[in-house]
Design a protein around this ligand. Structure first.
Ligand SMILES: Nc1ncnc2c1ncn2[C@@H]1O[C@H](COP(=O)(O)OP(=O)(O)OP(=O)(O)O)[C@@H](O)[C@H]1O
Ligand SMILES: [Mg+2]
Length: 238
């Protein structure tokens, strides 16, 4: 039995000679929503890049679904059931919503499976079903973020990594995206989410990690981190 879905173990990584992550460890179990918070430049996005294979660690291991995927390329990692929604709500602006979603399923050849994936994302994001023929570039920021997330879900992943899904959105869309994260967890997705909006992320997450200067600084359940005086003082603005 696999009790952990993802285990990043003592990851050390950086760009060129510059070390950014120092023995960072992150664990996600099936069904969990785990959040990763920490100041700008702490290495949160870098940790995701290592997990997905955009960056090779200098030491440490990444175990996903029982297999060592350390150093594999993204095109080798993503088909194993990892979805990655990068920071910056990247959509293909000239393509329609439907085309964006179909691009997300590029590794899938079976039409019934693509249909099933589409049905699932349209259940989660009904607005995308209504806007299938709209060019993604003409949608609002929050709507584009939904397209970016939905595209990630088109592979029917075992684990979804979301980097700053609420960044730069209006309060209304921030609330909507958090509602969607909760809905995704309820409908069975396993999620790891990097968030600037630390208090809100900890309030909905099962567990959280605080990274600082490329190191694990705190970890615990969402409620315990929210209640921790040091975490409050340092990261929650009070
Ligand atoms: N491609 C790159 N080349 C060189 N340095 C980089 C590169 N990408 C990130 N860095 C550096 O690595 C450090 C960690 O960056 P990273 O993007 O992982 O932080 P982050 O915690 O995601 O921050 P933010 O909250 O601002 O998104 C920063 O000092 C950043 O300047
Ligand atoms: Mg980042």
């Amino acid at each position: 039995m696999i009790s952990t879905l993802l285990r990043a173990e003592a990851i050390t990584a950086g760009y060129g000679k510059m070390a950014i992550l120092h023995e960072v460890s992150l664990v996600v179990s099936p069904g969990e929503m785990v959040t990763v918070i920490g100041p700008n430049g702490a290495g949160k996005s870098t940790a995701f890049k290592v997990i997905v294979g955009f960056l090779r660690p200098t030491s440490g291991r990444v175990i996903f679904d029982g297999e060592d995927i350390t150093g594999l390329r993204p095109d080798q990692v993503l088909p194993r059931g990892l979805a990655y929604v990068p920071q910056g709500r990247i959509v293909l602006p000239q393509m329609t919503v439907l085309e964006n979603l179909e691009m997300g399923a590029y590794i899938e050849r079976s039409q019934p499976k693509i249909r099933e994936a589409l049905d699932r994302v349209f259940t989660l994001f009904p607005i995308l079903a209504e806007r299938q023929t709209q060019k993604a570039g003409t949608m609002s920021g929050g709507e584009q973020q939904m397209v970016a997330i939905a595209r990630g879900l088109m592979t029917i992943p075992k684990l979804v990594l979301l980097d700053e899904p609420s960044l730069g959105l209006s309060p209304k869309f921030v609330a909507l995206i958090f509602d969607k994260l909760v809905e995704m967890k309820r409908s069975g997705y396993t999620l790891m989410v990097v968030e600037q909006n630390a208090a809100r992320a900890l309030a909905v997450a099962d567990r959280g990690y605080v990274l600082e200067l490329g190191r694990n600084r705190f970890e615990g359940t969402g409620p315990s981190l929210l209640a921790d005086p040091e975490v409050k003082r340092l990261y929650l603005g009070g």
